[in-house]
Design a binder for this molecule. Structure first.
Ligand code: URA
Length: 236
């Protein structure tokens, strides 16, 4: 089933090639189970992760997957690529072909990358209006000054997209090390923002998305599933 919700009678009439009146009869006979419970309402909504059974035959069984990966430098945030190894190549899972990336990192960047097969979740997490913060440690070539803090907070006009970046937080941690918090993800955004100061980014590492920090136990290249508490808390 494609992502999104559908009425149960629509799903069954399409899957079994019967009309919606016949679906009602099956419901009345208790022959349809949704998430292991007999279904009664033809208008009940099902989605790609509903467990759907008919006469004890499982018609649909797909579990949602939510992974955090410590992306190493040099690996592409893509699902396939003819030339470079991708983050999917780092996974050892049979279902890795179903996964997509939630908020890419440049090939030269490292840190927290999320992968999932749940399109609704990833769209919600990355929706600009929700302003889920993404936190980065950024090492630059030249010393930082308070001017950077103001310029990041004021926003910068990106002529290519015709937008002004949302207020971003820059904290100077060391002479050439900053923590930057963005609530959006424009193409090469951090590099372009430091580019305004002609200050090349030497290293870029994402440490958190929303309330979810990169697990320090994960070495570069390693991944694990999110816990239920992490899933629940990521958006705060
Ligand atoms: N900004 C960048 O320039 N690169 C990244 O990978 C992430 C944010």
């Amino acid at each position: 089933m494609a992502s999104g919700s559908h009425r149960l009678d629509r799903y069954f009439s399409k899957t079994l090639g019967i009309n919606r009146r016949d679906v009602k009869a099956l419901l009345a006979q208790g022959r349809i189970l949704i998430d292991h419970q007999p279904a009664a309402d033809a208008e009940q909504l099902v989605d790609e992760f509903s467990h759907i059974a008919f006469d004890e035959r499982v018609l649909q069984l797909k579990l949602p997957v939510y992974l955090m990966l410590h992306k190493p430098i040099g690996i592409l945030s893509a699902t396939t690529d003819p030339r470079h190894p991708t983050v999917i190549d780092l996974l050892q899972r049979a279902d890795k072909g179903d996964l997509h990336i939630v908020g890419r990192l440049d090939r030269g960047s490292s840190g927290l990358l999320l992968l999932t097969n749940d399109g609704r979740w990833s769209r919600a997490l990355m929706a600009p209006k929700l302003e889920v913060p993404k936190v980065y440690l950024v090492t630059v070539q030249n010393p930082l000054t308070p001017d950077y803090v103001k310029a990041f907070s004021d926003g910068m006009y990106f002529a290519y997209e015709g937008i002004t970046t949302r207020p971003a937080r820059l904290e100077i941690l060391e002479e050439r090390l900053a923590r930057v918090t963005l609530v959006e993800g424009r193409y090469h955004q951090i590099k372009r923002m430091f580019g305004r100061f002609r200050n090349p980014v030497l290293a870029l590492h994402r440490t958190a998305i929303g309330n979810l920090p990169l697990d320090p136990a994960l070495a570069p290249g390693q991944s694990r599933e999110l816990t239920p508490a992490e899933l629940k808390g990521i958006r705060g």
